[in-house]
Design a protein around this ligand. Structure first.
Ligand code: ARG
Length: 401
């Protein structure tokens, strides 16, 4: 178990100097992907696991070399699973699946209980295949397809942006919208609840609430949060987040931003990320068509203003004359290709310094022309899960912007 010193957790913007980030180095869960299950598991291809790990290591190294502390989900989970309370909760969460039935559930519980923390963490993430559990005789085990998983693998755990979001010094553990991802928030929630590093961390959202995914949440500036609603975060999720963060004094304004319900734009951060305190990079076709509903607190109730263009509503809430958009000026086909490959999904390490996938040549060139320094990483394998540097990172500590 790692020594515990007091650690700070606080994020109030997208661009304040990044100090600590939570990543997940992809592992055996990627080996579970096949052409039969990749759609259901939300991957658009079958990644090469070894190369994906190399790419991820280079991403982590790029951050470390800029003095960012990198925490890994697997390591924290192994630590947390040393505690009985965490183990029991983790096992209970893994077997709630109604497909199991009582008898098989008991067998799986027993199997998981016998595992050491390290193996238990591995199994909770990589999943448990039918053939790995030699549980012979029960009806459910015998009738389940051999291709079925007993515990589903979590290949999207890689996208740590989505399971939790720090808003100020509180953490919102999210409520993931798809079956393929629901358990990820349980695991990450377990870290915050049981790992000594996070002792005292008080969640401001939880996995049993209305659907909300971190990729939809942008901390525009201290006190102002934007939430995309679409394929993943529901309007009810946005309303709940507004109530929670405004109620807790973590924000004064929440902007609800409807986005197209498409695979290509599953989260707000697939079309818009911040690269400076007053500058965003946006997918050109939506830059001037997105709207926002400004939500504030009025007495005990949420007050919702009439929708306005997103850029205007954001500038007004942030107290800026204008929120600048980097004009990537791309032709529509290149823009569409680079959006699909997460060209707009940058991770700011500090104001005007961001990490981006190298393959998005045109978008990166435009960022540089606008004076933004770009740290390029390769993502040919990582990108098959449709997520870029921002999706693959959960900031835990940033300096004030
Ligand atoms: N913040 C993000 N844009 N995350 C991308 C998540 C990608 C993942 N395969 C999914 O479909 O959920």
């Amino acid at each position: 178990m790692t020594e515990t010193t007091a650690h700070e957790h606080r994020v109030t913007s997208e661009v304040g100097r990044l100090r600590t980030v939570l990543l997940h180095r992809p592992g055996a869960e990627l080996k579970r992907l096949t052409p039969r299950n990749n759609d259901k598991l939300l991957f658009d291809g079958i990644p090469w696991p070894g190369r994906a790990q190399e790419e991820h290591d280079a991403f982590a190294e790029a951050l470390r070399s800029r003095d960012v502390e990198v925490l890994y989900v697997t390591e924290l989970l192994q630590d947390a699973l040393e505690y009985d309370g965490a183990r029991e909760q983790a096992i209970a969460d893994a077997v709630v699946d109604l497909r199991l039935g009582d008898q098989l559930r008991r067998v799986v519980e027993g199997y998981l209980r016998d595992l050491h923390p390290e193996n238990l963490a591995h199994t909770l993430i990589a999943g448990l295949a039918h053939e790995e559990l030699k549980a012979g005789h029960g009806l459910v085990y015998r009738l389940l397809d051999e291709q079925d998983f007993i515990v589903d693998p979590l290949p999207n755990l890689l996208f740590t942006r989505d399971q939790s979001v720090w808003v100020g010094d509180r953490v919102a553990v999210t409520s993931l919208a798809t079956d393929a991802r629901r358990r990820e928030a349980d695991l990450v929630g377990l870290l915050y609840a049981h790992h000594p590093r996070f002792a005292g961390a008080e969640p401001v959202y939880g996995p049993s609430l209305e659907h909300l995914e971190g990729g939809d949440v942008l901390l525009l500036c201290p006190g102002v949060v934007a939430v995309g609603t679409g394929e993943r975060t529901t309007p009810a999720g946005a309303e709940r987040l507004a109530r929670q963060v405004i109620g807790a004094g973590l924000a004064h304004t929440v902007l609800a931003v409807p986005i197209a319900q498409d695979r290509a734009t599953m989260h707000l951060d697939t079309v818009c990320t911040m690269v400076d305190a007053d500058t965003v990079v946006m997918y050109p076709p939506v830059a001037h068509s997105l709207v926002a509903y400004t939500v504030t607190l009025d007495g005990g109730d949420l007050r919702v203003a009439e929708p306005r263009p997103f850029l205007e509503a954001a500038a007004a809430a942030m107290g800026l004359d204008r929120l600048k958009v980097i004009d990537t000026g791309l032709d529509p086909v290149t823009a569409e290709r680079e959006q699909w490959d997460d060209g707009n999904n940058t991770l700011a390490v500090a104001p005007r310094l961001c990490v981006a996938y190298e393959r998005n040549i045109e978008t990166n060139a435009q960022l540089e022309a606008a004076g933004i320094e770009v740290i390029r990483i390769s993502g040919s394998e990582l990108g098959s899960g449709r997520g870029g540097p921002r999706c693959m990172s959960c900031p835990i500590l940033r300096d004030a912007p």
